[in-house]
Design a protein around this ligand. Sequence first.
Ligand code: 6CS
Length: 317
Amino acid sequence: EVWRFGLEEIEGSVQYEYANRFAEIVSEKTDGQVEVRLFPYGQLGGLTDIYDQVQAGSVQLAFGSGFLGGTVPESQLFSLNFILTDDELSNTQILNDEAFRKNDDLIDSFRERSLHPLAIVPEGWQVWTANKAVRTPEDFAGLAIRTMDNRLLRETYSAYGANPTTMEYGELYSGLQLGQLDGNIQPVFAHQEMDFYQVQDYMIFANQAQFIATVMANADWYDNLSDEHEQVIEDAVVELVPYIHEVQTRLNTERLNIITENSDIEVIRLTPEERAVFRERSLPVRDVFVDMVGDRGENLLNALLELVEEGAPESAD
Ligand code: 6CS
């Protein structure tokens, strides 16, 4: 039996490492009867092509992140800025706490689109790059920054004073190189492995959001799994929570070293005061999210904010 697993990222990425370990666990637990076959970014077409194929059932499993907003609007919750803690491990644990991962509103929002959410995977801080130094919303004025394709991100970067522009992942390098874009937002490992950093001058850490992807399955396929296979998936997903945290922090650290050794990119870390200005601007975007997706979205946002507050009282401001 083969389970096809579609990735939004290339070989060597956080999603690849996740799926690779997932495949090993599944193979071990099924005595080799199930082979999980990985399809790195590009092999199944563009990003939304991957989601279409999971909805249709020709691919059983896939990652879905920013571009998934068009398919599952509620998933744009994961694009909101300044809603998690400053601690990456707590964030990973909170998002995969059963109270959130198995929240009915979350499950229903995917199932209504023939998908079933299995895990939520933070892949590291979303880090800005630009062809100029950015420390304030004024610095963002007139800057064409690429966002993934969802309204929440466009609203967020408009609120920050920039000109958000959407482009497919695979077209981004040439978009930056040709000057159609002035800036980009990615976790560090992606800036490195996609060579984006080579055509950017500044790298800015604002720690405004994690890059968050969900692992999802075709809902009918998932419902027809044997109890045993369903349990294998559940065990793998739980085992991968600490694993992927370790992998993403290690990859992001290693790749930042590669970037600074191989370029003269200037790294900027926003001060708490500079960061607070962006946080303030991000708050009204929460209302945009609720207006856009209604009660279910509001419940989900509140559930997450509550877990964040319980999990890290000292950093909930
Ligand atoms: O920016 C993007 O479109 C992609 N970036 C990463 C790191 N993963 C998937 C996502 O679609």
